[in-house]
Design a protein around this ligand. Structure first.
Ligand SMILES: Nc1ncnc2c1ncn2[C@@H]1O[C@H](COP(=O)(O)OP(=O)(O)OP(=O)(O)O)[C@@H](O)[C@H]1O
Ligand SMILES: CC(=O)N[C@H]1[C@@H]2OC[C@@H](O2)[C@@H](O)[C@@H]1O[C@H](C)C(=O)O
Length: 367
């Protein structure tokens, strides 16, 4: 008899670097990560996604094509994962697929968050049931629709003895506060890598600042730093969430207007700024240990800035808790699919601001 409870999680985040896909077994009380891979986006699709993430012409026509292209890429990632795992599609209970966020407007007159990718097509191509559309139900119940990973972080990373923070540094950074005898909390702190990526792409034609080398070559600009930190988002208390459509080059250029700084100095300052916004948020809570996940875990300049601002905290990565930082978010979406099947609520009202905890997601069948 086979007691496996195999789920696939697919995350394609705000950095637009590609598709993280993981195979997870939920048969035991601790979820087991069996296999994982990153499929980079083809350059043309990445460019299309970056364009459609901002208002532009002919959007509906372009969207239809991009949704199908995305499903094809997700299906290719699933196929590679199954092949390298020696597992058949028929052995998988379901795929939990986040989709690609192209707009997140939780505070609009009519709030919405839009994740694209044709989930019907993904189900048809893989022959596997897909659970998608995780954010809109939380918004329907008055929530921000994000962040959604705190419930999963609590399920696998909670420590009954010590105040723990799980800090995901993706394009946008979000944290989960696992504090003994206190309710689960979490929110988006603001930019993680997104402005660093934008700036290094503009000035060095690189998709990201590998190991923070460009930032390390510059000098901190304290007046610019103070100005960036004055954005009202950072003074707001949670529930709160944000997106790349807000923290992007236009936002930065407004702050740089009338200045003539060296590009490396701006990069140095952006690193300290991202770390500063995270440190400001964490310092409000009794946190002893911080475990970082997401691509920011591979930026030693960013992590050193964070450590210098929070000298009282231990800072490590989730690898120390048994999950490599690259795969935590995709695992969370495998878990959300599992939670859908088990009728476990995926949102946390104290985190998103929703009126109630609800089972998240929508099912797409391959038959
Ligand atoms: N070796 C490295 N050096 C510096 N930065 C890195 C390195 N590897 C990854 N990164 C950063 O991590 C980013 C990717 O992170 P990640 O995949 O966690 O983001 P995401 O999931 O797309 O975003 P989000 O969590 O906001 O949805 C890259 O764009 C880059 O900025
Ligand atoms: C709208 C959206 O896609 N938000 C993402 C983004 O990336 C990080 C941060 O902003 C977080 O709020 C969220 O992703 C994670 C997976 C979440 O929902 O918990």
């Amino acid at each position: 008899m086979n007691n496996d409870q195999l789920y696939i999680g697919i995350m394609s985040g705000t950095s637009l670097d590609g598709i993280d896909v993981v195979l997870v077994d939920f048969a035991d009380s601790a979820p087991k990560l069996l296999n994982a891979l990153l499929l980079p986006y083809p350059a043309t699709l990445r460019a299309e996604l970056a364009t459609i993430s901002q208002p532009g012409a002919n959007e509906i026509e372009r969207l239809g094509i991009i949704e199908a292209d995305l499903a094809d890429c997700y299906a290719a990632a699933v196929s590679q994962l199954l092949q390298q795992s020696g597992v058949q599609a028929s052995q998988i209970e379901a795929i939990g697929c986040h989709g690609q966020t192209i707009r997140h407007r939780p505070n609009a007159r009519q709030p919405f968050s839009y994740q694209i990718g044709d989930m019907h097509r993904l189900a048809a191509l893989t022959g596997i049931r897909v659970i998608g559309d995780f954010r809109r139900k939380d918004i329907a119940f008055g929530g921000q629709g994000a962040p959604l990973v705190p419930a999963f972080h609590q399920a696998i990373f909670a420590d009954p003895g010590k105040g723990r923070c799980i800090l995901n540094i993706g394009g946008i950074a979000n944290l989960t506060l696992l504090l003994p005898h206190q309710p689960l909390l979490g929110f988006d702190t603001g930019p993680g890598n997104c402005l660093l990526d934008n700036w290094v792409e503009l000035h060095r034609q690189q998709p990201y600042d590998a190991a923070g080398a460009f930032a390390a070559s510059g000098q901190l600009l304290p007046d610019l730093l103070l100005q960036l930190l004055s954005d009202p988002y950072f003074a707001q208390t949670g529930p709160k969430s944000t997106g790349r459509e807000y923290f992007q080059l236009n936002w930065l250029n407004q702050h740089l207007a009338g200045r003539n700084d060296a590009a490396a100095d701006v990069q140095r300052t952006l690193s300290r700024f991202s770390a500063g916004t995270m440190a400001l948020a964490i310092s409000q809570y009794p946190v002893a240990d911080i475990f970082v996940c997401g691509g920011g875990a591979f930026n030693p300049v960013l992590l050193a800035d964070l450590q210098s601002l929070l000298p009282q905290c231990y800072i490590g990565t989730t690898a120390e808790l048994g999950v490599a930082p690259d795969w935590v978010e995709a695992m969370a979406f495998a878990w959300l699919a599992y939670a859908y099947d088990m009728r476990i609520p995926g949102n946390v009202p104290a985190v998103t601001g929703a009126r109630k905890a609800v089972v998240l997601g929508l099912e797409f069948l391959p038959c």
